[in-house]
Ligand binder design. Sequence first.
Ligand SMILES: O=C(O)CCC(=O)C(=O)O
Ligand SMILES: [Fe+2]
Length: 279
Amino acid sequence: MTKALDSYEIKYDVNNRFKDYPQHKIKVHASPDEMETFVRDGFLVRRNFIPPEWIEDFGAALEEIIEEDKGKPKAEVYEGNGLYFRRLLERNETFHRLIKYDPSLTVARALLGPQVSFYVESRVALAGVADAGVAWHYHMAVIPDPLPPFFCYPHTMQGLIYLDEIGDKEGPLSVIPGSHIDNDPRRDYDGTYDTHPDEVQLKFSPGDCILMHGNLWHKTTPTAADCGRRRLVLFGYAPSWLNDNTDHIGSETDSTLIDQLRATDPEVDELIAGRSLFT
Ligand SMILES: O=C(O)CCC(=O)C(=O)O
Ligand SMILES: [Fe+2]
């Protein structure tokens, strides 16, 4: 019997004359079988995804960020859920370790293509706070009805790294396998904690990760009153060409000409900045 492959190689040729038709060789950190499962089910669980010392380092970096955000007017504190922290690559260089982290980057490139963009965020639910959770949802709530002829299905990949033990009290994560590829994502359980007949409940140890498609339906079970803290590093990839911006070329400007408009008009913000989960 031959041993199953735990990695494989993809060679992408890209049709870009201006970059001399680049070739991207990717050693995918997953077996072909695992990738097939990911494509079908919409997720892949990775135990011990990060080196043990990173758990502590990410936790320490998060502690600093939690402190920095205390009392800030735009700090994200959600009753019945927890705290969120965005743009962590800009806030602490400890998270830069994830930028070229092959166990996730190569999987993202195998799923989305060689050119992907990347971000890191965090969700924290505090110890001893009951009923903190996230009801059924999916991340790419952007599918219009009717579907435009050239609609670009929101294929993205996200990763959730847990820094704490997630047992019954801390609220396991539930996912619905296969729910990421349905073009009609309106469901009667949207925004509820209802039990779903197909849900798979997952518990985690520090350093574990779930990689998932951005449109996989998931929820957490709300926390118990005697729960431990529940810290999560959330990261994600999208095709880098989606937000077709040219910020990195041409002469530089520190103009703030558009900033006020963006701050006061969500439509302008979306037109300029792209990613918009909640509009
Ligand atoms: O905390 C978790 O396990 C999941 C959180 C989540 O799904 C989210 O914040 O979008
Ligand atoms: Fe989520």
